[in-house]
Design a protein around this ligand. Structure first.
Ligand SMILES: Cc1cc2nc3c(=O)[nH]c(=O)nc-3n(C[C@H](O)[C@H](O)[C@H](O)COP(=O)(O)OP(=O)(O)OC[C@H]3O[C@@H](n4cnc5c(N)ncnc54)[C@H](O)[C@@H]3O)c2cc1C
Length: 292
């Protein structure tokens, strides 16, 4: 497959990239890791006049803690860098545990967190994690920056709240409370394939074992990742037993409106949403080994 003809620019600063983007508007596309965009180009699903390569823009990659214990990740940070980061492992274990489910190492070596979020594939892991963690996505345009909450960012299949002329520059993950537990599971035909359905959860557990804030996000079962709010509400304040986890799982399954396609029927996806929700809740609430 060959891409259509295009002009190419490799700006050396964010200002230069923003100016190029502002000048071309809809005629330009950004290139990050290229792991989704280059196949789309080669299949001629994308026909930009100009490709703006972000790989030489300084300051867009990196992982650091903010003053409040949260995590700041530059949009051009590779998935593999996040996977190997001890800061991420300590500061956001859900993000850390989900990354190895993305494709394979060579793809994670190139693919970026910003590219994955901006691409907004409904079956992708990182949008679901951003939603489960209440992440803030920072969009930068020539007029300045604006914060977009993950819950407002994913609008539909491959559609986000980014405006023409904006570049996703940074992702902020709020601090991870010490009493927060997490679970993550997905089902794909082969390891490395996009999930047919996946579920990510965080559960804040009080000292007496009661569930505080619970977040359950189902992905691959609709146009965007979605919080299973009825299941979350059923768990909040409870000391859940096996029956309660099963009831929450059933609520999560009822909450989704999955498509049927050549990978799986809607009914099968709904079933998976329930089964995987029960599994992630069990993971999150499993008794912890105490440090000696
Ligand atoms: C075989 C294969 C298997 C895969 N399996 C999975 C999987 O299991 N799970 C998964 O989540 N992904 C999977 N992917 C996709 C991979 O994770 C991509 O890396 C990711 O979706 C896009 O990131 P990228 O950096 O490569 O972005 P690119 O492909 O460069 O860009 C993707 C889109 O985002 C836009 N964009 C990129 N960066 C920015 C930015 N900073 N601001 C605004 N717009 C931007 C681009 O213009 C483009 O429209 C797979 C890819 C392949 C080839």
């Amino acid at each position: 497959m060959k891409p259509p003809a295009f002009d190419y620019a490799a700006p050396g600063s964010l200002d230069e990239a923003l100016a190029l983007l502002a000048a071309k508007r809809d005629g330009a596309k950004l290139l990050a890791g290229g792991q989704s965009f280059v196949p789309a180009l080669n299949f001629r699903l994308a026909r930009p006049e100009l490709i703006i390569d972000l790989n030489r823009v300084p300051g867009l990659a990196g992982i650091r803690r903010d003053g409040d214990g949260g995590l700041l990740i530059g949009a051009m940070t590779r998935a593999r860098a996040i996977e190997r980061s001890e800061v991420v492992a300590r500061s956001n274990p859900l993000l850390h545990s989900a990354i190895p489910w993305i494709a394979h190492v060579p793809i994670r070596n190139r693919g970026t967190i910003g590219g994955s979020l901006a691409h907004a594939d409904p079956a992708a892991e990182l949008p679901a994690i951003a939603l489960a963690c209440d992440a803030i996505l920072v969009a930068t345009g020539i007029l300045g920056k604006r914060d977009i909450a993950a819950r407002d960012f994913f609008l539909g299949v491959f559609t986000t709240a980014l405006r023409a002329g904006e570049i996703l520059t940074e992702i902020r993950f709020p601090a991870w409370p010490p009493n927060r537990r997490h679970g993550f599971a997905e089902f794909a035909r082969r390891h490395g394939d996009f999930a047919i359905v996946g579920v990510a959860a965080t559960i804040d557990v009080a000292a007496d074992g009661a569930v505080g804030d619970a977040r359950i996000v189902v992905f691959g079962a609709g146009d965007t990742p979605r919080r299973a709010r009825e299941a979350e509400a059923a768990l909040a304040g409870s000391h859940p037993d096996t029956g309660a986890l099963q009831r929450a799982a059933a609520l999560a399954a009822n909450h989704v409106d999955p498509p049927s396609d050549h990978h799986a029927s809607a009914e099968y996806r709904r079933e998976l949403a329930g089964t995987l929700t029960r599994r992630v809740l069990e993971q999150a609430l499993a008794p912890r080994a105490r440090a000696a």
